[in-house]
Design a protein around this ligand. Structure first.
Ligand SMILES: [Zn+2]
Length: 508
């Protein structure tokens, strides 16, 4: 049978998510089999991974599937949803690229993305563009060596305010150890003193900043850095590694009872850990209208006479939240209103001709710039050939005795430098010019699909989608959303993502 009629199904559950997401392996398989039948395809094999954490990339089922794809055993792969393949988009791209290389199609039923079409490739590129923008924390694998170090009481990794790192004479392997740096230790003690005497995190930061104290790298303290300091067990002589604590060999800076008091205060004031019944859509995107810092989600709680609770949700200037009075003002923006405006914008954005044309013209500009680069590359290649011909002729002239040794060496060296320079510049340009081509019809078709995707999406997916399309949200002096910066769609998986700012107040 022609391999293009054969389809591989890939199903996956992670045990922790199975209950909440409700899509068992059987359910996924059923959906995919139905789809294969309705497409007139024959199921080659069902590949599955069960019970493995979503973060793990070494999934035996997926690995086998990719190997078989590369052996040409089937023509396409069906999955229920792209997040079945990988939560990490960078990894998803790796998989998709291998399938494309093997000339194997890829269809995600839930999102209705078919990679065998240009439109599907483009749409994935749109969503995949978050890959390098999303600050997904990559947990470094615990290394045995580091754990051993921690067990031996040595602090692993970065610098700690209050200590300096010196060579450890007792270590035959030439390792380092921490010793107290008195001036910095004074700052640490001051922070604990202030906090334990009733100052809040923000007030503590403001106070130490005001008296000129600075962090290890000379920066002002923020609410976050103060909290990090207050919870760092290194100050009571402990060493942390991989979630475990070991007795350190360094000298503590903070007394145990002071430490305990700070911890209980942190716990009693721990409003940051409280969960509010609202999903903030614009965290990390919305910018303070005064200072331009990212704004943070905050809320106000009011208990009504009948005991019910009313919440108001806001975004508040992150600089103000972190550094306190004097840095900026709160500049609160109503969260629900801002979120709705941006979601509505997003839904309308791709069907609004004005905005669509703005995006398309930006893409056109980009492409004409690219074709200029291509022309430039051609030019420079022929220049380089001429330089090389010149080098040959200098050599010949020297061999024929038309040049003396001194002149030859001078000329030859001069050409050599020029050639090296030209080769370097050419390489840079060629990298820039390596942009895959796509036509506007594909772009427009893909645009058309996004509103429906947004409408159907769960809150979580909406959030992901929003963050994949929008880079920043700006509010005006009335604290209303006025401009949205969107990523331009791309098929490129590396490099800097281009953006376009769309003014919501311009009225088109
Ligand atoms: Zn601000």
């Amino acid at each position: 049978m022609n391999r293009f009629n054969l389809v591989a199904l890939y199903v996956r559950v992670s045990t922790d998510k199975q209950v909440t997401e409700g899509y068992s392996l059987e359910a996924q398989e059923t959906v995919l089999r139905d789809k294969a039948i309705s497409d007139g395809k024959v199921v080659y094999k069902v590949y599955s991974d069960a019970g493995l954490s979503g973060a793990k990339t070494d999934r035996p089922g997926l690995v086998e599937l990719l190997k078989d794809a590369e052996r040409g055993l089937f023509g396409s792969v069906y999955v229920w949803s792209i997040d079945r393949v990988a939560r990490k988009l960078r990894y998803l791209w790796g998989v998709i690229e291998r399938l494309i290389q093997a000339d194997v199609g890829f269809l995600s039923v839930n999102e209705n993305i078919d990679i065998s079409t240009q439109e599907g490739k483009f749409l994935l590129g749109f969503m995949g563009s978050i890959a390098q923008n999303q600050r997904d924390t990559i947990r470094k694998n615990c290394m045995l060596g580091s754990r051993k170090k921690a067990q031996a009481g040595k602090v692993v990794g970065g610098n700690i305010l209050g200590y300096k790192r010196v060579l450890d004479e007792d270590d035959p392997q030439g390792g380092t150890k921490l010793v107290i740096e008195e001036k910095e230790a004074g700052v640490v003690r001051k922070i604990f003193d202030l906090y334990c005497s009733g100052y809040g995190l923000k007030a503590t930061a403001s106070k130490v900043n005001a008296i000129g104290m600075r962090s290890k790298n000379g920066k002002k303290f923020s609410l976050t850095t103060i909290r990090t300091i207050l919870t760092n067990k290194a100050y009571i002589g402990m060493v942390k590694y991989g979630g475990e604590y070991f007795q350190g060999i360094h000298e503590p800076i903070i007394e145990r009872d002071v430490w305990d008091k700070a911890q209980s205060l942190l716990k009693s004031k721990g409003r940051y850990s409280k969960i509010v019944p609202y999903k903030y859509m614009l965290s990390g995107l919305i910018k303070c209208p005064i200072c331009g810092w990212g704004m943070l989600p905050t809320h106000a709680k009011r208990i009504n006479k009948d005991g019910s609770i009313n919440y108001n949700y806001y975004y508040t200037c992150g600089q103000y939240m972190n550094k306190g009075v004097g840095s900026c003002t709160s500049n609160v923006v109503k969260a629900q209103e801002a979120d709705t405006t941006v979601i509505d914008f997003l839904t309308g954005y791709l069907s609004n001709d004005g905005w669509k044309n703005a995006v398309l013209s930006e893409i056109r500009k980009k492409f004409s710039a690219d074709s200029e680069i291509v022309a430039d590359v051609k030019h420079r290649k022929s220049d380089l050939e001429m330089l090389k011909a010149k080098r040959r002729s200098v050599l010949l002239r020297y061999e024929d005795g038309d040049l003396d040794r001194e002149d030859f060496l001078k000329e030859f060296a001069g050409i050599k430098i020029k050639i090296e320079q030209a080769e370097k510049e050419l390489k840079t340009l060629e990298e820039q010019a390596a942009v895959p081509n796509y036509n506007e019809a594909d772009v427009i078709a893909a645009f058309g699909k996004l509103p429906a995707l947004i409408k159907r999406a769960s809150e979580d997916k909406k959030l992901k989608l929003l963050h994949s399309v929008v880079k920043a949200v700006f509010v005006n002096s009335d604290r209303k959303v006025s401009m949205v910066e969107v990523y331009l769609p791309t098929l490129k998986t590396g490099g800097v993502q281009q953006t376009l700012i769309i003014n919501l107040e311009s009225g088109d």
